[in-house]
Design a protein around this ligand. Structure first.
Ligand code: COA
Length: 407
Protein backbone atom coordinates (compact mmCIF):
# COMPACT_ATOMS: atom_id res chain seq x y z
CA UNK A 1 0.00 0.00 0.00
CA UNK A 2 1.50 3.38 -0.95
CA UNK A 3 2.06 6.08 1.66
CA UNK A 4 -0.28 8.42 -0.22
CA UNK A 5 -3.12 5.90 -0.08
CA UNK A 6 -2.91 5.58 3.69
CA UNK A 7 -3.17 9.37 3.97
CA UNK A 8 -6.27 9.78 1.89
CA UNK A 9 -9.22 11.11 3.82
CA UNK A 10 -11.90 13.70 4.41
CA UNK A 11 -10.74 17.27 3.91
CA UNK A 12 -14.13 19.01 4.19
CA UNK A 13 -17.78 18.23 4.94
CA UNK A 14 -20.94 20.11 3.91
CA UNK A 15 -24.47 19.32 5.07
CA UNK A 16 -27.78 20.65 3.81
CA UNK A 17 -31.21 19.90 5.28
CA UNK A 18 -34.53 21.27 3.93
CA UNK A 19 -36.03 24.21 5.80
CA UNK A 20 -39.30 22.40 6.58
CA UNK A 21 -40.11 19.44 8.79
CA UNK A 22 -42.97 17.48 10.29
CA UNK A 23 -43.08 16.52 13.94
CA UNK A 24 -43.61 12.78 14.27
CA UNK A 25 -45.91 13.46 17.24
CA UNK A 26 -48.17 15.37 14.81
CA UNK A 27 -47.90 12.56 12.25
CA UNK A 28 -48.71 9.90 14.85
CA UNK A 29 -51.76 11.82 15.98
CA UNK A 30 -52.97 12.30 12.37
CA UNK A 31 -52.50 8.59 11.64
CA UNK A 32 -54.04 7.39 14.92
CA UNK A 33 -50.79 5.78 16.12
CA UNK A 34 -49.22 5.91 19.61
CA UNK A 35 -46.50 8.61 19.35
CA UNK A 36 -44.20 6.41 21.49
CA UNK A 37 -44.00 3.97 18.58
CA UNK A 38 -42.29 6.63 16.45
CA UNK A 39 -40.17 8.24 19.20
CA UNK A 40 -39.11 5.13 21.13
CA UNK A 41 -39.93 2.18 18.84
CA UNK A 42 -38.39 3.65 15.67
CA UNK A 43 -36.28 6.36 17.29
CA UNK A 44 -37.39 9.37 15.22
CA UNK A 45 -38.62 12.80 16.37
CA UNK A 46 -38.97 14.78 13.15
CA UNK A 47 -38.61 14.30 9.41
CA UNK A 48 -37.27 16.88 6.96
CA UNK A 49 -39.56 17.66 4.01
CA UNK A 50 -38.33 19.41 0.85
CA UNK A 51 -40.64 22.09 -0.60
CA UNK A 52 -41.75 21.84 -4.25
CA UNK A 53 -38.82 23.98 -5.46
CA UNK A 54 -36.15 21.71 -4.01
CA UNK A 55 -34.76 18.39 -5.25
CA UNK A 56 -31.52 16.42 -5.02
CA UNK A 57 -29.73 18.90 -7.30
CA UNK A 58 -30.55 21.99 -5.19
CA UNK A 59 -29.92 20.16 -1.91
CA UNK A 60 -26.69 18.62 -3.19
CA UNK A 61 -25.42 21.94 -4.54
CA UNK A 62 -26.09 23.64 -1.19
CA UNK A 63 -24.22 20.92 0.72
CA UNK A 64 -21.32 21.07 -1.75
CA UNK A 65 -21.14 24.87 -1.51
CA UNK A 66 -20.63 24.53 2.24
CA UNK A 67 -17.95 21.84 1.82
CA UNK A 68 -16.11 23.97 -0.76
CA UNK A 69 -16.00 27.11 1.41
CA UNK A 70 -12.44 26.31 2.49
CA UNK A 71 -11.30 24.41 -0.62
CA UNK A 72 -9.98 25.86 -3.88
CA UNK A 73 -12.59 24.74 -6.43
CA UNK A 74 -10.00 24.73 -9.19
CA UNK A 75 -8.49 21.66 -7.47
CA UNK A 76 -11.70 19.63 -7.78
CA UNK A 77 -10.83 17.02 -10.37
CA UNK A 78 -13.98 14.86 -10.13
CA UNK A 79 -17.53 15.25 -8.87
CA UNK A 80 -19.40 12.02 -8.05
CA UNK A 81 -23.10 12.38 -7.25
CA UNK A 82 -24.70 9.45 -5.42
CA UNK A 83 -28.48 9.30 -5.29
CA UNK A 84 -31.46 6.98 -5.58
CA UNK A 85 -33.83 9.91 -6.13
CA UNK A 86 -32.43 10.72 -9.56
CA UNK A 87 -34.14 13.44 -11.59
CA UNK A 88 -33.22 12.05 -14.99
CA UNK A 89 -32.61 8.57 -16.40
CA UNK A 90 -29.72 9.79 -18.52
CA UNK A 91 -28.20 13.12 -17.51
CA UNK A 92 -26.34 13.07 -14.19
CA UNK A 93 -27.43 15.36 -11.35
CA UNK A 94 -23.68 16.08 -11.07
CA UNK A 95 -23.73 18.09 -14.32
CA UNK A 96 -26.37 20.50 -12.98
CA UNK A 97 -24.32 20.97 -9.79
CA UNK A 98 -21.14 21.43 -11.83
CA UNK A 99 -22.87 24.34 -13.56
CA UNK A 100 -24.44 25.88 -10.43
CA UNK A 101 -21.12 25.85 -8.54
CA UNK A 102 -18.95 26.93 -11.52
CA UNK A 103 -16.64 23.92 -11.14
CA UNK A 104 -13.66 23.69 -13.52
CA UNK A 105 -14.37 22.59 -17.11
CA UNK A 106 -11.93 19.69 -16.70
CA UNK A 107 -13.76 18.33 -13.66
CA UNK A 108 -15.30 14.94 -14.52
CA UNK A 109 -18.92 14.77 -13.30
CA UNK A 110 -21.15 11.71 -13.07
CA UNK A 111 -23.78 9.90 -11.01
CA UNK A 112 -23.64 6.51 -9.25
CA UNK A 113 -26.35 4.28 -7.80
CA UNK A 114 -26.66 1.32 -5.45
CA UNK A 115 -29.43 2.31 -3.03
CA UNK A 116 -28.10 3.89 0.18
CA UNK A 117 -24.61 2.43 -0.45
CA UNK A 118 -24.02 4.46 -3.66
CA UNK A 119 -22.21 7.16 -1.66
CA UNK A 120 -19.87 4.56 -0.18
CA UNK A 121 -19.10 3.15 -3.63
CA UNK A 122 -18.32 6.76 -4.62
CA UNK A 123 -16.05 7.08 -1.58
CA UNK A 124 -14.05 4.01 -2.46
CA UNK A 125 -13.74 5.23 -6.05
CA UNK A 126 -12.57 8.63 -4.78
CA UNK A 127 -9.97 7.04 -2.48
CA UNK A 128 -8.51 5.08 -5.40
CA UNK A 129 -8.52 8.19 -7.64
CA UNK A 130 -6.66 10.25 -5.03
CA UNK A 131 -4.21 7.43 -4.31
CA UNK A 132 -3.46 7.24 -8.04
CA UNK A 133 -2.79 10.99 -8.23
CA UNK A 134 -2.46 12.69 -4.83
CA UNK A 135 -2.87 16.23 -6.21
CA UNK A 136 -6.46 15.33 -7.10
CA UNK A 137 -9.45 16.32 -4.96
CA UNK A 138 -12.75 14.51 -5.40
CA UNK A 139 -16.08 16.04 -4.42
CA UNK A 140 -18.72 13.48 -3.42
CA UNK A 141 -22.34 14.52 -3.07
CA UNK A 142 -24.92 12.20 -1.49
CA UNK A 143 -28.46 13.56 -1.71
CA UNK A 144 -31.84 11.90 -1.41
CA UNK A 145 -35.51 12.30 -0.67
CA UNK A 146 -36.80 9.20 1.16
CA UNK A 147 -40.40 8.52 0.06
CA UNK A 148 -42.38 5.51 1.23
CA UNK A 149 -45.92 6.74 0.69
CA UNK A 150 -48.59 8.44 2.81
CA UNK A 151 -50.14 6.28 5.54
CA UNK A 152 -47.66 3.39 5.03
CA UNK A 153 -45.52 1.70 7.69
CA UNK A 154 -42.47 3.38 6.14
CA UNK A 155 -43.97 6.90 6.31
CA UNK A 156 -42.40 7.86 9.69
CA UNK A 157 -38.99 6.80 8.32
CA UNK A 158 -39.06 9.33 5.46
CA UNK A 159 -36.77 12.35 5.37
CA UNK A 160 -34.44 14.29 3.07
CA UNK A 161 -30.96 15.76 3.07
CA UNK A 162 -27.62 16.10 1.34
CA UNK A 163 -24.06 15.60 2.46
CA UNK A 164 -20.91 16.55 0.58
CA UNK A 165 -17.37 15.32 1.21
CA UNK A 166 -14.09 16.54 -0.25
CA UNK A 167 -11.71 13.57 -0.43
CA UNK A 168 -8.05 14.38 -0.83
CA UNK A 169 -4.48 13.56 0.18
CA UNK A 170 -4.57 16.58 2.53
CA UNK A 171 -7.30 15.39 4.92
CA UNK A 172 -8.15 17.74 7.81
CA UNK A 173 -11.00 15.84 9.49
CA UNK A 174 -10.38 12.10 9.17
CA UNK A 175 -8.08 9.71 7.36
CA UNK A 176 -9.71 6.70 5.72
CA UNK A 177 -8.11 3.28 6.19
CA UNK A 178 -7.62 0.97 3.24
CA UNK A 179 -9.03 -2.28 4.71
CA UNK A 180 -12.66 -2.84 3.74
CA UNK A 181 -15.14 -5.64 4.16
CA UNK A 182 -17.91 -5.88 1.57
CA UNK A 183 -20.99 -7.99 0.92
CA UNK A 184 -23.35 -8.36 -2.05
CA UNK A 185 -26.49 -10.50 -2.34
CA UNK A 186 -29.44 -10.36 -4.76
CA UNK A 187 -32.42 -9.72 -2.44
CA UNK A 188 -35.69 -7.77 -2.77
CA UNK A 189 -35.92 -5.89 0.53
CA UNK A 190 -36.33 -2.37 -0.88
CA UNK A 191 -36.48 -1.10 -4.46
CA UNK A 192 -38.16 1.48 -6.65
CA UNK A 193 -39.22 0.54 -10.20
CA UNK A 194 -38.86 3.35 -12.76
CA UNK A 195 -42.62 3.93 -12.87
CA UNK A 196 -43.00 4.53 -9.11
CA UNK A 197 -42.24 7.67 -7.08
CA UNK A 198 -42.23 5.74 -3.80
CA UNK A 199 -40.05 2.84 -2.69
CA UNK A 200 -41.43 -0.67 -2.30
CA UNK A 201 -40.11 -2.04 0.99
CA UNK A 202 -40.30 -5.18 3.07
CA UNK A 203 -39.07 -3.41 6.21
CA UNK A 204 -38.72 -6.38 8.55
CA UNK A 205 -36.88 -8.44 5.91
CA UNK A 206 -34.64 -5.46 5.22
CA UNK A 207 -33.58 -5.32 8.87
CA UNK A 208 -32.64 -9.02 8.71
CA UNK A 209 -30.60 -8.61 5.54
CA UNK A 210 -28.94 -5.47 6.96
CA UNK A 211 -27.73 -7.48 9.99
CA UNK A 212 -26.54 -10.38 7.82
CA UNK A 213 -24.63 -7.95 5.58
CA UNK A 214 -23.07 -6.37 8.69
CA UNK A 215 -21.96 -9.81 9.91
CA UNK A 216 -20.40 -10.70 6.56
CA UNK A 217 -18.65 -7.40 5.89
CA UNK A 218 -17.35 -7.19 9.47
CA UNK A 219 -15.86 -10.69 9.06
CA UNK A 220 -13.96 -9.64 5.93
CA UNK A 221 -12.85 -6.34 7.51
CA UNK A 222 -11.45 -8.06 10.62
CA UNK A 223 -9.72 -10.71 8.52
CA UNK A 224 -8.09 -8.07 6.31
CA UNK A 225 -7.18 -5.62 9.06
CA UNK A 226 -6.53 -7.92 12.03
CA UNK A 227 -8.48 -5.38 14.13
CA UNK A 228 -11.09 -6.17 16.75
CA UNK A 229 -14.08 -4.36 18.22
CA UNK A 230 -11.82 -2.94 20.94
CA UNK A 231 -9.68 -1.22 18.31
CA UNK A 232 -12.68 1.03 17.59
CA UNK A 233 -13.80 3.92 19.72
CA UNK A 234 -17.08 4.86 17.98
CA UNK A 235 -19.36 3.33 15.34
CA UNK A 236 -21.55 4.94 12.68
CA UNK A 237 -24.21 2.82 11.01
CA UNK A 238 -26.41 3.44 8.01
CA UNK A 239 -29.59 4.81 9.60
CA UNK A 240 -32.93 4.14 7.88
CA UNK A 241 -34.21 5.06 11.39
CA UNK A 242 -32.07 5.61 14.47
CA UNK A 243 -33.08 2.47 16.38
CA UNK A 244 -31.33 0.52 13.62
CA UNK A 245 -28.00 1.54 15.19
CA UNK A 246 -29.01 -0.18 18.43
CA UNK A 247 -29.87 -3.39 16.56
CA UNK A 248 -26.64 -3.23 14.55
CA UNK A 249 -24.42 -2.54 17.55
CA UNK A 250 -26.01 -5.37 19.50
CA UNK A 251 -25.25 -7.66 16.57
CA UNK A 252 -21.61 -6.56 16.44
CA UNK A 253 -21.25 -7.10 20.21
CA UNK A 254 -22.78 -10.58 19.89
CA UNK A 255 -20.45 -11.48 17.03
CA UNK A 256 -17.52 -10.49 19.22
CA UNK A 257 -18.74 -12.40 22.28
CA UNK A 258 -19.38 -9.24 24.27
CA UNK A 259 -22.15 -9.54 26.82
CA UNK A 260 -23.51 -6.06 26.14
CA UNK A 261 -23.28 -3.33 23.52
CA UNK A 262 -22.33 0.18 24.70
CA UNK A 263 -24.77 2.84 23.42
CA UNK A 264 -22.22 5.61 24.09
CA UNK A 265 -20.20 4.16 21.21
CA UNK A 266 -22.84 5.24 18.67
CA UNK A 267 -25.37 7.57 20.29
CA UNK A 268 -23.79 10.89 19.23
CA UNK A 269 -24.10 9.71 15.62
CA UNK A 270 -27.90 9.69 15.97
CA UNK A 271 -28.71 13.30 16.94
CA UNK A 272 -28.98 14.70 13.40
CA UNK A 273 -30.77 11.72 11.82
CA UNK A 274 -33.36 11.71 14.61
CA UNK A 275 -34.58 15.14 13.42
CA UNK A 276 -33.90 14.70 9.68
CA UNK A 277 -35.12 11.17 9.05
CA UNK A 278 -33.72 8.87 6.40
CA UNK A 279 -31.70 10.50 3.65
CA UNK A 280 -30.66 7.24 1.97
CA UNK A 281 -27.14 7.81 0.50
CA UNK A 282 -26.45 10.72 2.87
CA UNK A 283 -27.65 8.98 6.02
CA UNK A 284 -24.41 7.26 7.15
CA UNK A 285 -22.33 10.39 6.51
CA UNK A 286 -24.83 12.67 8.25
CA UNK A 287 -24.44 10.26 11.19
CA UNK A 288 -20.65 10.67 11.03
CA UNK A 289 -21.04 14.47 10.93
CA UNK A 290 -23.37 14.30 13.93
CA UNK A 291 -20.84 12.23 15.86
CA UNK A 292 -17.93 14.56 15.08
CA UNK A 293 -19.90 17.78 15.68
CA UNK A 294 -21.82 16.81 18.83
CA UNK A 295 -19.45 14.55 20.78
CA UNK A 296 -18.28 16.38 23.91
CA UNK A 297 -15.16 14.19 23.95
CA UNK A 298 -12.21 15.19 21.81
CA UNK A 299 -12.10 12.32 19.31
CA UNK A 300 -8.62 13.09 17.98
CA UNK A 301 -6.81 9.86 17.14
CA UNK A 302 -9.92 7.73 17.71
CA UNK A 303 -10.83 5.03 15.18
CA UNK A 304 -14.41 5.28 13.90
CA UNK A 305 -16.04 2.22 12.32
CA UNK A 306 -18.52 2.86 9.49
CA UNK A 307 -21.12 0.46 8.16
CA UNK A 308 -22.85 1.29 4.90
CA UNK A 309 -25.89 -0.70 3.74
CA UNK A 310 -27.67 -0.36 0.42
CA UNK A 311 -30.76 -2.50 -0.07
CA UNK A 312 -30.82 -4.96 -2.89
CA UNK A 313 -28.11 -5.39 -1.50
CA UNK A 314 -24.50 -4.22 -1.19
CA UNK A 315 -22.83 -3.33 2.10
CA UNK A 316 -19.41 -2.26 3.31
CA UNK A 317 -17.63 -1.96 6.66
CA UNK A 318 -14.60 0.34 6.81
CA UNK A 319 -12.91 2.69 9.23
CA UNK A 320 -11.07 5.96 9.64
CA UNK A 321 -9.10 7.90 12.23
CA UNK A 322 -9.98 11.38 13.44
CA UNK A 323 -7.27 14.00 12.85
CA UNK A 324 -5.93 16.61 15.28
CA UNK A 325 -7.70 19.95 14.84
CA UNK A 326 -10.74 18.35 13.16
CA UNK A 327 -13.16 20.56 15.10
CA UNK A 328 -11.83 23.69 13.34
CA UNK A 329 -13.37 22.39 10.09
CA UNK A 330 -16.82 21.48 11.42
CA UNK A 331 -19.96 23.39 12.46
CA UNK A 332 -21.02 22.21 15.93
CA UNK A 333 -23.55 25.08 16.10
CA UNK A 334 -25.57 23.34 13.34
CA UNK A 335 -28.32 22.02 15.67
CA UNK A 336 -29.32 25.52 16.65
CA UNK A 337 -28.45 27.42 13.46
CA UNK A 338 -29.69 25.10 10.72
CA UNK A 339 -32.11 22.68 12.35
CA UNK A 340 -33.46 25.09 14.93
CA UNK A 341 -34.55 27.60 12.28
CA UNK A 342 -36.67 25.18 10.26
CA UNK A 343 -40.42 25.62 9.77
CA UNK A 344 -42.79 23.11 11.29
CA UNK A 345 -45.40 21.95 8.78
CA UNK A 346 -48.84 20.72 9.74
CA UNK A 347 -49.60 17.22 8.43
CA UNK A 348 -51.93 18.79 5.82
CA UNK A 349 -49.14 21.09 4.60
CA UNK A 350 -46.70 18.18 4.47
CA UNK A 351 -49.20 16.18 2.41
CA UNK A 352 -49.51 19.11 -0.02
CA UNK A 353 -45.71 19.23 -0.46
CA UNK A 354 -45.64 15.45 -0.81
CA UNK A 355 -48.29 15.27 -3.52
CA UNK A 356 -46.99 18.24 -5.55
CA UNK A 357 -46.03 17.15 -9.08
CA UNK A 358 -44.27 18.82 -11.96
CA UNK A 359 -46.02 18.58 -15.35
CA UNK A 360 -45.05 15.50 -17.36
CA UNK A 361 -46.26 16.75 -20.78
CA UNK A 362 -43.47 19.23 -21.48
CA UNK A 363 -45.56 22.29 -20.67
CA UNK A 364 -43.98 25.36 -19.11
CA UNK A 365 -44.36 25.62 -15.34
CA UNK A 366 -42.96 27.98 -12.75
CA UNK A 367 -42.53 26.62 -9.24
CA UNK A 368 -43.69 28.78 -6.34
CA UNK A 369 -40.90 30.20 -4.22
CA UNK A 370 -40.39 28.58 -0.82
CA UNK A 371 -37.54 28.80 1.61
CA UNK A 372 -34.60 26.82 0.21
CA UNK A 373 -30.84 26.63 0.35
CA UNK A 374 -28.66 28.57 -2.06
CA UNK A 375 -30.41 27.24 -5.15
CA UNK A 376 -33.95 26.46 -6.23
CA UNK A 377 -35.77 24.58 -8.95
CA UNK A 378 -37.50 27.46 -10.71
CA UNK A 379 -39.60 25.25 -13.00
CA UNK A 380 -39.65 23.10 -16.09
CA UNK A 381 -39.93 23.91 -19.77
CA UNK A 382 -39.91 21.49 -22.73
CA UNK A 383 -39.05 18.65 -20.29
CA UNK A 384 -35.99 20.59 -19.05
CA UNK A 385 -35.54 21.31 -15.34
CA UNK A 386 -34.56 24.92 -14.67
CA UNK A 387 -32.44 25.92 -11.68
CA UNK A 388 -31.49 29.35 -10.32
CA UNK A 389 -29.78 30.88 -7.30
CA UNK A 390 -32.36 31.35 -4.55
CA UNK A 391 -33.59 34.92 -3.98
CA UNK A 392 -34.60 36.19 -0.62
CA UNK A 393 -38.32 36.23 -1.51
CA UNK A 394 -40.02 33.56 0.57
CA UNK A 395 -43.32 31.81 0.16
CA UNK A 396 -45.08 31.60 3.49
CA UNK A 397 -46.81 28.31 4.13
CA UNK A 398 -49.90 29.51 6.02
CA UNK A 399 -49.29 28.16 9.51
CA UNK A 400 -45.69 26.98 9.20
CA UNK A 401 -43.81 28.59 12.06
CA UNK A 402 -40.08 28.66 12.57
CA UNK A 403 -39.71 26.20 15.40
CA UNK A 404 -36.73 24.75 17.09
CA UNK A 405 -36.33 21.18 18.16
CA UNK A 406 -39.78 20.88 19.75
CA UNK A 407 -42.19 18.11 18.82
N1 COA B 1 -44.47 2.20 22.09
C1 COA B 1 -43.15 1.90 22.00
N2 COA B 1 -42.62 1.08 21.03
C2 COA B 1 -43.47 0.55 20.13
C3 COA B 1 -44.87 0.82 20.19
C4 COA B 1 -45.34 1.68 21.21
N3 COA B 1 -46.64 1.99 21.32
N4 COA B 1 -45.46 0.16 19.17
C5 COA B 1 -44.48 -0.50 18.51
N5 COA B 1 -43.29 -0.27 19.11
C6 COA B 1 -41.98 -0.78 18.70
C7 COA B 1 -42.00 -2.24 18.29
O1 COA B 1 -41.91 -3.11 19.39
C8 COA B 1 -40.78 -2.31 17.38
O2 COA B 1 -39.64 -2.39 18.16
P1 COA B 1 -38.50 -3.50 17.85
O3 COA B 1 -37.92 -3.12 16.52
O4 COA B 1 -37.55 -3.37 18.98
O5 COA B 1 -39.21 -4.82 17.77
C9 COA B 1 -40.77 -0.92 16.72
O6 COA B 1 -41.59 -0.07 17.55
C10 COA B 1 -41.39 -0.92 15.31
O7 COA B 1 -42.64 -1.50 15.42
P2 COA B 1 -43.17 -2.47 14.27
O8 COA B 1 -44.47 -3.01 14.65
O9 COA B 1 -42.08 -3.42 13.87
O10 COA B 1 -43.37 -1.33 13.13
P3 COA B 1 -43.79 -1.38 11.64
O11 COA B 1 -44.44 -2.67 11.24
O12 COA B 1 -44.57 -0.15 11.46
O13 COA B 1 -42.40 -1.32 10.81
C11 COA B 1 -40.31 -0.44 10.04
C12 COA B 1 -41.29 -0.54 11.22
C13 COA B 1 -39.07 0.27 10.51
C14 COA B 1 -39.92 -1.84 9.57
C15 COA B 1 -41.00 0.37 8.89
O14 COA B 1 -41.16 1.69 9.31
C16 COA B 1 -40.21 0.35 7.59
O15 COA B 1 -40.33 -0.55 6.78
N6 COA B 1 -39.34 1.38 7.38
C17 COA B 1 -38.47 1.42 6.25
C18 COA B 1 -37.20 0.63 6.56
C19 COA B 1 -36.24 0.73 5.40
O16 COA B 1 -36.18 1.74 4.76
N7 COA B 1 -35.49 -0.34 5.12
C20 COA B 1 -34.64 -0.32 3.94
C21 COA B 1 -33.36 0.39 4.08
S1 COA B 1 -32.27 -0.19 5.29
Amino acid sequence: MSKEFSEVGIEAIGLYVPKYYVSLDDLASARGIDPLKFSDGIGQKQMAVPPPDEDVVTMGASAAAEALQSVDIDQIDTLIFATESGIDQSKAAAIYVHHLLHLPRNCKSFEVKQACCGSTAALQMAMAMVAQKPTRKVLIIAADVARYGLCTAGEPTQGAGALALVISAQPRIMTLESEWGAYTEDVMDFWRPNYLDEAVVDGKFSIKVYLKALTESWAQYTEESGRSLDDHSRFCYHLPFTRMAEKAHRQLAKLNDQASAHPQQYEDSLHYNRVIGNSYTASLYIGLTSLLETSSEDLTGHRIGLFSYGSGCMAAYFSGKVLPGYRDFLRPQRMTEQFGARHRLSVTEYEAFYTHELPKDGSRYFTETYETGRFRLSGVEAHKRLYEPAQQAKHSVSSAQPAAMAG
